[in-house]
Design a protein around this ligand. Structure first.
Ligand code: IPE
Ligand code: IPE
Ligand code: MG
Length: 249
């Protein structure tokens, strides 16, 4: 039997030209710094500025959900100094910007593996979520300690637990149910995924959710990503014809 087309796909087929959900792999910070003879970490702090302006841009454009890849489950294997710098930067970024983002109606949601992190780091995220939980202008999903395979593995574990305790019947395991067990469970799949830094790879980002996303890959390095670059990505998206496997007249 044919699966009924889901509501979000239905809207997209009706030529919704502005994406509801945009995701970004913010790549190229290290190269941005190296090109200028600076240490890699300076690229990360410049990258925060690009993130804040991308968030404001989405608010302005009426995009409902922005999901950004900030730190992967594999990024822990970077040199210790870089990892420590990134953790400190994350803390400072929230301290500096959370009030302003909140006042613009941004709700911060942490997507990623919440296990095995220090209390310090966990609390930073929980506080940001708590402070912004009543906002609804823009959902800002920040992928931190995030890996697509990790997400699918964790979803599988939770589903198996619920089957074993009788909360779910195996026949109830559908694509829709799996979607709900992903870290992005409450939200529609991304319509558009942007990757800066020019690499043509997923790097373990949104493996499940990206099934029918449109891709926009740009050589622009993340700290240089401007409103104009964002406009170009949206324009490219608006010219695509999405088909979801069907034939569209
Ligand atoms: C992305 O920039 C930021 C993180 C992964 C935290 P990179 O640090 O990967 O920058 P490049 O790809 O080395 O230039
Ligand atoms: C992806 O970039 C992760 C983030 C942007 C946070 P990476 O720089 O880690 O990806 P690879 O190593 O080029 O695949
Ligand atoms: Mg990189």
């Amino acid at each position: 039997m044919l699966k009924a087309i889901d509501e979000h796909q239905e809207q997209a087929l009706q030529q919704d030209k502005v994406p509801q959900h945009v995701a970004i792999t913010m790549d190229g910070n290290g190269r941005w710094a190296q090109k200028r003879g600076l240490p890699r970490y300076m690229g990360h702090s410049e990258g925060v500025k690009a993130l804040i302006s991308a968030v404001k841009f989405c608010v302005k454009k009426g995009i409902s959900i922005l999901t950004v890849f900030a730190f992967s489950t594999e990024n822990w294997y970077r040199p210790k100094g870089e990892v420590n710098y990134l953790m400190g930067l994350m803390k400072r970024t929230f301290e500096k910007h959370i009030e302003e983002l909140s006042s613009q109606g941004v709700r911060v949601v942490w997507i990623g593996d919440r296990n095995g992190l220090s209390k310090d780091i966990t609390n930073i995220w929980l506080n940001a979520e708590e402070l912004t939980k009543n906002n609804n202008r823009l959902i800002l999903n920040i992928a931190f300690n995030y890996g697509g395979r990790n997400e699918i593995t964790n979803a599988t574990r939770r589903i198996v637990d619920e089957v074993l305790t009788g909360k779910i019947n195996p026949e109830e395991i559908t694509e829709e149910l799996l979607s709900r067990y992903m870290y992005t469970g409450k939200y529609v799949d991304p319509d558009l995924i942007i990757r800066t830094g020019g690499e043509y790879r997923l790097s373990n980002f949104l493996l499940w959710q990206a099934a029918y996303a449109e891709w926009h890959i740009t050589d622009t390095l993340w700290p240089d990503f401007s409103d104009e670059d964002f406009e170009i990505a949206l324009l490219s998206f608006s010219r695509r014809q999405r088909r979801f496997g069907r034939v569209v007249e």
